[in-house]
Design a protein around this ligand. Structure first.
Ligand code: UD1
Ligand code: CA
Length: 460
């Protein structure tokens, strides 16, 4: 039986983030391939919050389009008069809601679900009107301080309003809370802005709750890193580093070798099979899956790809939206663009670019080639300098090369064109017409030799 009260979330993201010194809203800045605001939004979804309200203000439209999370409600705080004012802005969107309200900040991306679950549970056990997530930090400067009397929280005092002795308190307000709703909105009505910043402080709800005889509780987070809030680009880089550290550690524990984890840039959505070796300076992004026993050399950038087992990606290759079948070799310095499918046991060598190209089992293209809008069969050998001329300036056309074809070096296929199976294209050919199976096709102007020509020229 589920006796938990309903859970909703409000994410505060209306602030400007002046210290970022940026033309973009702070929470639209990215770590690990996602905007900051996407982290609490995803967390709220994972915790089953319904609804989740995002409070936007500064750069509202940019923040909304950045967040990339469906099923959010939005509340507009058009003037930023403080955190209390910001939560109040969400009141209307939560009209129908009664239960526990989780308050998250758009600029605190590293919180773990387990910590929030602990906070929500503790809040329920303590029958509190509000429970604040706190942290013991070595340097509390700039944070609100938690003024306690045992389990009971007397108040939260902002740095700018704190007395000298309050400033020595090292337990700080993380800015994350669980509130009882709609009670919190009634309490917010009673708070003023008579403080050093002239803002409506959400933290003043503590005293308002106590004045009405409600319990106020605080729960310390286990780990200081989790509650890191981003105010400037130094903290942004630090958070990105912590996030990478978590991802990398999980991968290494699951059987992936990262030769230098401090130089491995792997996003959270990436899956990697065991015994794959990732060398330094590799970037694996988006929805990428990599099989077992692969070797990924320095400088490889893979985005949204499916890579099979035992694939060798050589240095400097860039792959996006491609599928690479097992035991293939790619690069060095190959460029696989969206719609590329290597069926397996392929070789795509240096300075080869592919796009919307399906390449059959065992086929090879070892050097300096462009294959676009093409279907290539199995066991095809594509010589150096081959070009599919797929674009006539208006439309794209297809090149079809059937199984077993041998393409001599420096060949151009002027699409649309089809090369029948087991044919051979002579080097240096410009192929403009279909070639039937088992044929030789050559198109070169006959070679002219004039013996002694240069000697005669020099004499003149
Ligand atoms: C707040 C807390 C402080 C706590 C700290 C943790 C208050 C009064 N103080 O301080 O105790 O230690 O967070 O980081 O709450 N925001 C809005 N609208 C506003 C103001 C803020 O949406 O009008 C949003 C910001 O975008 C941000 C969050 O609320 O996501 C926190 O705001 P911020 O200005 O950083 O609060 P602090 O002064 O740091
Ligand atoms: Ca802050």
């Amino acid at each position: 039986m589920d006796k938990n009260p309903p859970l909703a979330a409000v994410i505060l993201a209306a602030g400007q983030g002046t210290r970022m010194k940026s033309d973009f809203p702070k929470v639209a800045h990215r770590i690990g391939g996602r905007p900051l605001v996407a982290y609490p939004a995803r967390m709220a979804r994972d915790l089953g919050c319904s609804p989740t309200v995002l409070v936007v203000g500064h750069g509202a439209e940019e923040v909304k389009s950045a967040v990339g999370e469906p099923d959010l409600r939005y509340a507009l705080q058009s003037e930023q008069l403080g955190t209390g004012h910001a939560l109040m802005a969400a009141r209307e969107t939560l009209d129908d809601f009664s239960g526990d309200l989780l308050l998250l900040c758009g600029d605190v991306p590293l919180l773990r679900a387990s910590t929030l679950e602990r906070l929500i549970r503790y809040h329920a056990e303590q029958v509190a009107a509000l429970t604040v997530l706190t942290a013991e930090v070595s340097d509390p400067h700039g944070y609100g301080r938690i003024v306690r009397e045992g389990e009971e929280i007397l108040r939260i005092v902002e740095e700018k309003d704190a007395s000298a002795s309050e400033k020595t308190i090292r337990e700080i307000n993380t800015g994350i809370y669980v509130f009882r709703a709609p009670l919190v909105f009634e309490l917010l009505e009673s708070i003023g802005r008579d403080n050093s910043q002239g803002e409506y402080y959400l933290t003043d709800v503590v005293e308002a709750a106590r004045a009405r005889g409600h319990n106020v509780r605080a729960l310390p987070a286990a780990d200081e890193e989790e509650i890191l809030g981003i105010n400037d680009r130094v903290q942004l880089a630090r958070a990105a580093d912590i996030l990478r550290g978590r991802i990398n550690e999980e991968l290494m524990r699951s059987g992936v070798t990262l030769e230098d984890p401090s130089a491995s840039y792997i996003e959270a959505g990436v899956r990697i099979g065991r015994d794959t070796v990732v060398q330094p300076g590799v970037h694996l992004r988006g929805k990428t899956t990599i099989g077992e026993g692969c070797l990924i050399e320095p400088g490889v950038v893979v985005t949204d790809c499916i890579i099979g087992n035992s694939v060798h990606l050589k240095a400097g290759s860039v792959l996006q939206g491609a599928e690479v079948g097992e035991s293939s070799m790619v690069g060095p310095m190959a460029h696989l663009r969206p719609g590329t499918v290597l069926k397996g046991r392929n070789k795509v060598g240096n300075f080869v670019e592919t796009k919307k190209a399906i390449i059959g089992l065992g086929s090879k293209s070892s050097h300096l080639t462009y294959i676009g809008d093409a279907e290539v069969g199995a066991d095809v050998n594509i010589g150096c300098g081959t070009i599919t001329c797929n674009y006539d300036g208006v439309n794209k056309h297809k090149t079809i090369i059937e199984d077993g074809v041998f393409v001599g070096s420096d060949t151009q296929f002027v699409a649309p064109v089809r090369i029948g199976r087991n044919s051979l294209i002579g080097a240096g050919s410009t192929i403009t017409k279909d070639v039937p199976p088992d044929s030789l096709a050559v198109s070169r102007s006959p070679q002219v030799v004039r013996e002694g020509w240069t000697l005669r020229k020099k004499k003149k």
